[in-house]
Ligand binder design. Structure first.
Ligand SMILES: [Zn+2]
Length: 232
């Protein structure tokens, strides 16, 4: 049985909470997370939906506080500050320019009609992510004596990358918002899975060999990663 949603009415306000069944969960839990864009009720195998909703109701005030503290979603638009390669840039709409999208001196400039700004910027960031990720994958895989499969750049909602059992790698486009060292670490992590499909000590030894930024990258993502899911 999978999820659905529950709607909780708190002080006249409807709060939608996603419900997720988890075989691994030991007890009922509520997750409030930028990456999932709100709240999620996690139910272990034996808990009923009704138990879960009772649990939510008892914690309604806490939930409202936590949701209120979530940083707001930031859609792409003129004048918005966007981190790019770890440095804040101002998105600047240049309607009369005929240059597509480019970055210069702390700005990311987007030409063309305002209606297409978000779309154009999104496409540009995805291409940029691919251009940054691909050579690193090739280089790190070669150091391992492996070959990566297909590389895709995706809009994952909660993860930075993945490696399939057939060696295809996918990466989140938002990695270009993070400092380059973080991107380097995430590529090393996924390429490392070509040799070790787990997170064993042997895996981490491989990752350390492939990136000198492993500790920095992991700490940075723990601290700042969720924030990057606000943008788009
Ligand atoms: Zn992993």
């Amino acid at each position: 049985m999978t999820g659905g949603t529950a709607v909780l009415n708190v002080d006249g306000r409807d709060i939608e909470v996603a419900i997720r069944r988890s075989a691994r969960a030991r007890r009922i839990a509520i997750r409030v997370d930028q990456a999932i864009g709100g709240a999620e009720l996690v139910l272990p195998p034996r808990a009923s939906k009704r138990d879960g909703i009772a649990f939510l109701k008892e914690r309604a005030d806490w939930l409202v506080d936590r949701l209120g503290a979530l940083p707001a979603f930031v859609p792409f638009g003129d004048g918005v500050v966007l981190p790019y390669r770890g440095v804040d840039h101002l998105i600047s709409h240049e309607p009369s320019a005929r240059r597509g999208v480019w970055s210069e001196a702390g700005r990311i400039c987007v030409s063309g009609q305002a209606d297409y700004l978000a779309r154009r910027l999104h496409d540009w960031l995805r291409r940029d992510a691919r251009a940054a990720v691909s050579p690193l994958v090739v280089e790190k895989a070669a150091r391992l004596g492996r070959r990566a499969g297909r590389i895709s750049i995706r809009n994952q909602k909660s993860r930075w990358g993945s490696c399939s059992s057939t060696g295809n790698l996918s990466f989140n486009w938002r990695l270009v918002l993070a400092p380059p060292e973080v991107l380097d670490y995430v590529v090393a992590h996924e390429v490392g899975h070509l040799a070790q499909p787990n997170h064993s000590p042997a895996f981490w030894t491989v990752v350390d060999r492939l990136s000198e930024y492993t500790d920095f990258g992991r700490a940075w993502l723990r601290e700042n990663g969720a924030d990057l899911f606000r943008y788009g």
